[in-house]
Design a protein around this ligand. Structure first.
Ligand code: PEP
Ligand code: MG
Length: 755
């Protein structure tokens, strides 16, 4: 047998020439397979391309019956070719017919060939087709021949990806690359976004596949690896990577991989076979990805992801640029698609152009998700495979209501969504028209409508939504998206900025509510069995008085001369409030001693989230200037259902008798003590439950910005007095078990109230 060690180089050189020639696609493919067959001393060389209907169609062959081209086909997973595509792995067989998956296609005349070597045509881990060589004699293809064929397959992958083969694809059919895909994930942000894919970590498209000078490419690889290792060492030695933190663990893994001999050897081998350094990285990366997609062990997957990230970094080193889309190329309606990303990275995008976010990972509590929600864009997380399946500028729909991502949607689906979006826009316009209308119920009750916020990106919503102020400012969000603890000056500057942007409208700052599911990376407490019932919020603040005092100080200074309204989360006993107030008093005294200006007015409040407070209502109200019900937590603790556990969180109705009776007690205590009571949980964001609140006697609520319009539309049509009579009677009636939710729905329908 001929020595093939020089083979791949010669072959790739010939292929490069063929790619450059002005040929029709079929002609080019035919010549490519002939060239490969010749070079590999094979009697047969065939290319199968995967269509969007899951069929692998013979696109070109040397050696099999030419009449079978575009006729012979196999389903994904069927036959040897289908097996290779489905597994994204090569098959090297000395006697193909004895393989259990072998399927005989009579039109090809392939029965006389015994040995068979097939490799997947891969791009970013996806199989786009299969490349096969066959020989009559029984033989085993050597490792270097497998390697050579895999390298050659990259050239074909490029041809498929550039869309060149579309011209020779049968009318009405499409290649898999442009197949519509629907991915089911988790909804982390409601709404619908239509637009075009922007890959957060842009794939460096390697167009220069074949090398001219192996030594030069090896040298380039060595240099890029060197810089990569230095940059990782740099990151590791930076002060802000805490010694214990997860960042460090990830970087340590990167460092280990960057020195991994096996990986480097594979890269060098691919260059020796004729690829450029970039193409070599892409090849090895594609194989890793193909393997990664099928891994189920989460730990191994994570490690493979690390390898993938590292390969991306290396590609960027080699190509010398980040290949981020330039501002001019950035679509007006961008949907950012990422495996995972940092919150700050999302904020780097032009905000008005980003219409949605798709993450392969992420959780409701991920920082990037918090920021995306604050920006008001739909988010779908846990969207498996999204990055590999998407190409920059593909059409895409993010359905945050239904937790789905539609990639390259079919025309009718696209139209249906466009209609949905138009409908929403019309409704939004109707709500906007209500922006300056005074929130008076039909029977003349003045309702205060405020919104919840936590980041600067939230603040533009204040005027857009027509909210009267911010009823809940979650200060922990600033802490959650930072990589290190925000310093006193940073906190102060942040609050000052909030005050400036809200331009005189009231803001209720809530002190730090960390712990529980609100994780702050640089503030690690011991693992807790029940974090929701653990060391969190005011408990943590009182145990770390320095933290709380710093925050008080920042708030006092930022609101000097204006009104400071603050409240404390998760209060269980009135005594906790007293301790917090003492700390606040110390800060006030300190400020005045220093001759610094104090706020013109101070309002000190408590969140009512822990049921124990229900039996201290009068003491509580004597202690504070106002009370704000955190219905999310109060419901969780009252009903003993974890708010983050979808299996139980909706098990009991928030509009059921027990919870409404609790809320009624709170309203009555407020009236009795002349203490303003408001509610700032999700309950206020839904028109039907907001209507129930007004029926119970609440006159102030705070909700997500998008809810202000719908809630206002509801209350303008509501006779709160009549609903109050109805609700009081229903709650007093201990014999009836009729649903209060139904009663509310019927009331709204009978009175034309939009809920
Ligand atoms: C609540 O618990 O209802 C609340 C508003 O606070 P958070 O959702 O931030 O816990
Ligand atoms: Mg809460």
């Amino acid at each position: 047998m001929r020595d093939l060690s020089a083979g791949p180089r010669v072959l790739l050189k010939r292929l490069r020439e063929l790619m450059a020639e002005p040929l029709e696609p079929q002609e080019r493919l035919d010549r490519i397979v002939r060239q490969i067959a010749q070079n590999m001393v094979a009697e047969v060389c065939s290319v199968y391309v995967l269509r969007s209907d899951g069929v692998l169609e013979l696109y070109a062959t040397e050696g099999l019956n030419k009449t079978a081209v575009h006729l012979a086909q196999l389903k994904m997973g069927q036959g040897l070719v289908g097996t290779i595509a489905a597994s994204a792995r090569p098959l090297n067989l000395s006697d193909a017919q004895s393989h259990p998956a072998f399927t005989y296609l009579p039109e090809t005349g392939e029965e006389i060939y015994h040995s068979f070597l097939g490799v997947p045509i891969l791009r970013t881990g996806r199989a786009l087709g299969v490349l096969v060589v066959q020989n009559k004699a029984q033989r085993n293809y050597r490792e270097d021949e497998v390697e050579a064929l895999e390298t050659t397959a990259m050239v074909l992958a490029e041809m498929v990806a550039t869309g060149e083969l579309k011209k020779i694809t049968k009318p009405g059919l499409e290649l898999d690359l442009s197949r519509p895909v629907t991915i089911e994930g988790n909804s982390y942000g409601e709404g619908i976004g239509l637009g075009y894919v922007v890959l957060h970590e842009p794939r460096i498209v390697v167009t220069n596949l074949l090398n001219e000078d192996t030594e030069h490419e090896l040298q380039r690889l060595a240099e890029a690896l060197g810089s990569l290792r230095i940059s990782i060492d740099d990151m590791l030695s930076r002060r802000d990577v805490s010694m214990e933190g997860e960042h460090r663990a990830v970087l340590e893994t990167y460092r280990m991989f960057a020195h991994d001999r096996g990986w480097v050897r594979k890269l060098e081998e691919a260059i020796r076979n004729g690829l450029t350094a970039e193409a070599a990285v892409e090849r090895v990366q594609s194989e890793t990805k193909a393997r990664m997609i099928r891994l189920t062990d989460p730990y191994l997957r994570e490690r493979m992801h690390d390898f993938d990230d590292l390969a991306n970094r290396l590609l960027r080193q080699l190509s010398g640029y980040g290949a981020k889309l330039s501002a001019a190329d950035f679509p007006n309606d961008a949907i950012v698609v990422a495996r995972a990303m940092g919150a700050a990275e999302l904020l780097d995008y032009p905000r008005e152009n980003v219409r949605g976010l798709v993450l392969e990972e992420g959780a409701v509590t991920s920082h990037v998700v918090i920021v995306a929600r604050a920006m008001g864009i739909p988010v779908v997380g846990q969207a498996a495979g999204a990055v590999a399946l998407a190409e920059n500028r593909d059409a895409i729909i993010v359905d945050g209501d239904d937790a789905k991502v539609h990639l390259r949607p079919m025309a009718d689906l696209q139209r249906a969504y466009e209609e949905k979006v138009r409908f929403r826009a019309r409704r939004q316009a109707q709500f906007r028209a209500l922006r300056d209308v005074e929130p008076l119920t039909k029977d003349g009750k003045r309702i205060t409508l405020q919104m919840n916020a936590g980041l600067l990106v939230d603040l533009p919503h204040l005027n857009e939504a027509g909210a009267e102020g911010i009823g809940l400012f979650r200060t922990e969000l600033q802490f959650m998206i930072a990589s290190t603890m925000p310093k006193a000056e940073e906190q102060e500057a942040f609050y000052r900025n909030v005050m400036k942007q809200t331009a005189g409208k009231p803001v209720t700052f809530r002190t730090l509510d960390i712990g529980g599911d609100k994780v702050v990376p640089y503030f690690r407490a011991a693992e807790e069995e029940n974090p929701a019932l653990g060391w969190r919020a005011i408990r943590l603040s009182l145990d770390r008085p320095g933290l709380l005092r710093t925050q008080f100080r920042a708030m006092l200074r930022a609101t000097a001369g204006a009104e400071l309204k603050m409240m404390l989360p998760m209060v269980t006993e009135v005594a906790e409030l007293k301790s917090a107030r003492e700390l606040l008093q110390k800060e006030i005294e300190r400020q005045s001693k220093l001759g610094e200006q104090l706020p013109r007015k101070l309002q000190f409040g408590a969140m009512l989230e822990v049921p124990a407070l229900l039996w201290q209502l009068d003491e509580l109200m004597a202690e504070v200037d106002f009370v704000s019900v955190g219905s999310n937590d109060l419901f969780q603790f009252a009903m003993a259902v974890d708010r983050g556990n979808a299996r139980v969180s909706e098990r009991f109705d928030i509009l059921g008798r027990p919870f409404l009776r609790i809320l009624r007690e709170i309203v009555r205590a407020g009236e009795r003590n002349n203490t303003p009571v408001t509610l700032c949980g999700e309950m206020a964001s839904k028109p039907l439950s907001a209507m129930a609140l007004l029926g119970l006697g609440f006159r102030s609520v705070s909700m997500s910005p998008t809810a202000v319009g719908p809630v206002k539309a509801m209350l303008l049509a509501l006779d709160a007095g009549r609903l109050n009579e109805l609700l009081e009677a229903a709650l007093d009636d201990v014999k009836s078990d009729t649903s209060i939710r139904q009663l509310l729905v019927d009331f709204a329908a009978a009175n034309g109230i939009p809920v």
